[in-house]
Design a protein around this ligand. Structure first.
Ligand code: NI
Length: 394
């Protein structure tokens, strides 16, 4: 067998593409589109994929685009996903290619993610050193919060129309060296749920509390009892957050109000802990309200689930990045309390979500000063090309 290092895409294969990739990225950066509005971005991606020779499906789950390329007799198939949407932030970078759309900005680096996957797409179509099927998934509305692009594409039959054995994706990572990779098997990014608890009592005069059911006292009791969920119901070896972010009730000192409202942010890193948190929050809300004779309504709004990387696919992707950039540029990724809708894909298919360094001095994600680091473009594009070639090796 020939040496593996000669068969698969390397950083050197992309060295002369750095300028093209930066030009693509700057074009996308200058023309940001919000979730569910990525019409021009989707059109641009679809036309580029067609020009490379891909079979292209448009409007998959809204404005999603899938490019498919088959080669040889191999029966394996891989999916690789990039997100395309921007954020409602006024850009303050002062860059020559800064946003031309007021109040909209690629402040999460999805311009870079899309560019790198297009770079790999061009390479794979030109070299065709694989056997099987590559599905490149360009997803809209990652930032939507609910009914996101990932959910919409899955609901539109993504995995039935474009079957795959595994799915991979990545996000840039401010604070880590540009072009380095951070990897973690198992839970990687948090599930983030929002809960609204409405306590309804019976209002009345502040001087006659015995004739009322005071929702303020009930709500206060609830805030304190909710502190026991993480401390008493979650293993000390696990991690979770239950934060009561707002508490509202009452309008005057001499009036006991009819109702009070609490809102909570709830974060977890495993499905089991997530279920425990919901079960306990509901039980505590019901029992505390009952103890005070009040009624309670719990609106439990599920955000994105936990991103859970499969062990074999993560081991495989770690091998690929280590071959590509060397072990000194691959680190273990810490748990990330942010959330990401790639988690929905991972509920259907095994796969791995990688993190790509965006530079130690990078502004944080969602900052008006943030910019994707062009120095990472070739590493990301080469990584996707090599990962696909290795996954679909003869
Ligand atoms: Ni993002």
């Amino acid at each position: 067998m020939p040496a593996a290092s000669n068969q698969f895409a390397s950083l050197a294969d992309f060295a002369d593409k750095a300028g093209d990739l930066a030009a693509t990225r700057h074009h996308l950066h200058a023309h940001p589109e919000l979730s569910f509005e990525e019409h021009e971005t989707a059109r641009y991606v679809a036309e580029r994929l067609e020009s490379f020779g891909y079979e292209v499906a448009r409007n998959v789950g809204g404005l999603g685009v899938v490019g498919r390329l088959s080669q040889g007799e191999g029966g394996r198939s891989i999916a690789i996903r990039a997100d395309m949407d921007a954020l409602p932030i006024a850009e303050a970078t002062g860059l020559p290619y800064a946003s031309t759309a007021p109040g909209k900005m690629h402040a999460c680096g999805h311009d870079g993610h899309t560019t790198m996957l297009l770079g790999a797409a061009e390479y794979l179509a030109r070299t065709r050193r694989f056997t099987g099927t590559v599905n490149l998934v360009f997803q809209p509305a990652e930032e939507a919060g609910k009914v996101s692009g990932a959910q919409a594409m899955i609901a539109d039959g993504l995995f039935e129309r474009f079957p795959c054995d595994a799915i991979f994706g990545l996000h840039n990572h401010p604070g880590a060296p540009a072009g380095s990779f951070l990897m973690r098997a198992g839970p990687l990014m948090a599930a983030a749920d929002t809960v609204t608890i409405t306590v309804t009592g019976r209002g009345g005069h502040a001087s006659r509390p015995h004739l009322t059911i005071d929702p303020i006292v009930t709500a206060a009791n609830l805030v304190m009892t909710l502190q026991t969920v993480v401390s008493r119901n979650v293993s000390p070896l696990e991690t979770a957050v239950v934060t009561v972010g707002t508490i509202h009730g009452g309008t005057a000192t001499n009036v006991i109000p009819e109702s009070a409202e609490l809102t909570l942010s709830v974060r977890s890193f495993s499905r089991e802990v997530r279920e425990t948190l919901e079960r306990r929050i509901r039980a505590i809300a019901a029992s505390v309200a009952e103890a005070h004779g009040a009624r309670v309504e719990v609106d439990y709004e599920k955000g994105y689930p936990v991103v859970i990387n499969a062990e074999p696919e993560t081991a495989f992707a770690t091998e690929v990045v280590t071959e590509l950039v060397g072990a000194e540029n691959v680190a273990v990724c810490p748990l990330i309390p942010g959330s990401e809708d790639f988690s929905y894909f991972l509920e259907h298919k095994p796969g791995c979500f990688l993190r790509l360094g965006n530079g130690e001095d990078s502004a944080i994600l969602h900052s008006s000063k943030y910019d994707f680091n062009d120095k990472s473009l070739t590493a990301g594009a080469a990584m996707w090309a090599r990962l696909a070639e290795r996954f679909l090796a003869a």
